[in-house]
Design a protein around this ligand. Structure first.
Ligand SMILES: [Ca+2]
Ligand SMILES: [Ca+2]
Length: 96
């Protein structure tokens, strides 16, 4: 059975999350250092805007809706959809 583009994309997002979340501590959550590595390696353009520790701290704080100081998959997905919507808006305006 072949996966559709969308199915592949969803599987990729899960795989990327796990690749970083499994590194330390809780395997199903990203601690701040794991989140930082993920952003650095997987979203380098975005990371260019998160230059200092304070910016990373406030990003982590805004993602961490349940307040356990880690980013779980649901919180990560909120972030990914936010970034994806921003990208989409960018491309929408490109066409105008
Ligand atoms: Ca972890
Ligand atoms: Ca959390």
């Amino acid at each position: 059975m072949t996966m559709t583009d969308l199915e592949t994309s969803m599987a990729t997002i899960i795989a990327v999350f796990q690749k970083y979340s499994e590194r330390e501590g809780d395997k199903h959550k990203l601690k701040k250092s794991e989140l930082k590595d993920l952003l650095h390696d997987e979203l380098p353009d975005l990371m260019a805007h998160v230059k200092d520790q304070a910016a990373l701290d406030s990003l982590m704080e805004s993602l961490d809706s349940d307040g356990d100081a880690e980013c779980d998959f649901q919180e990560f997905m909120t972030f990914i959809s936010m970034v994806t919507v921003c990208c989409h808006e960018f491309f929408e305006h490109e066409d105008e």
